[in-house]
Design a protein around this ligand. Sequence first.
Ligand SMILES: Nc1ncnc2c1ncn2[C@@H]1O[C@H](COP(=O)(O)OP(=O)(O)OP(=O)(O)O)[C@@H](O)[C@H]1O
Length: 244
Amino acid sequence: MPERLLSLDKVTAGYAQDIDVLRDVSLDVHAGEVSGLIGLNGAGKSTVVKTICGFLAPKEGSVRFRGEDISGLPPHTLIDHGICCIPQESSLFPYLTVEENLLLPLQGRARQYGAVLRQRYEQALDEFPTVREKRKAQAGDLSGGQQKQVEFAKAWLQQPMLCLIDEPSIGLSPLLAESVFTWIEKFAQSGMGILLIDHNVRRVVRMSDRVHVLSLGRITAAGQRKDFEGDLHEQVKQWLGLNF
Ligand SMILES: Nc1ncnc2c1ncn2[C@@H]1O[C@H](COP(=O)(O)OP(=O)(O)OP(=O)(O)O)[C@@H](O)[C@H]1O
């Protein structure tokens, strides 16, 4: 059984004191596995990520990473624990070069990355040829798809144990979206645990070891991939109220 990296246990959270967006949310992510989180717009998927990352503190329940309670830890300290997030919106500094964006999170962490940094950087550029080509350009001058590649290269460089990935394929061409899913599979094959949110429900189910369905802030279905395959259309239509 792979190591359980992340576990949310009955997490209730929200933006206002008296309004709960998430209610009793429990989910796990294991090393080397993809955990998919699917749900309608507004179900609370990004709020789950914000709660794990410490932008919101759970009102009840806990967020644990490798058994340690990380509920409400400051977001900028997560990387020191081995957690990285690829958010829905760009997290790049538009007026810094691609190279500066890639190396910034590693600065001040020489002890963690020092000896292997250069080698790892070259390897990241090999993995993402567009990033190599654009490394001296300002990040803000890149297209949305190119910026997404930089985001993935940045995460790869940080060698996290856990990567939270929110809507990675949004706004991308079908070809690039497929590359993004292939990179995620590669991340998982390297041993990383992945929490994946994406509106492409079929693709998420196909590549996930575990699937969680979030509806109005509650997990209404969860299981292994095999539980969600088969007549996916009927099941997910029922859970999500969707016809796709
Ligand atoms: N900063 C915020 N302040 C107040 N309410 C918010 C904030 N961000 C999100 N919400 C509310 O929380 C609920 C869940 O939003 P969230 O973005 O987590 O949903 P989602 O499932 O990620 O949706 P989508 O698929 O559209 O990205 C929504 O009702 C939304 O209006």
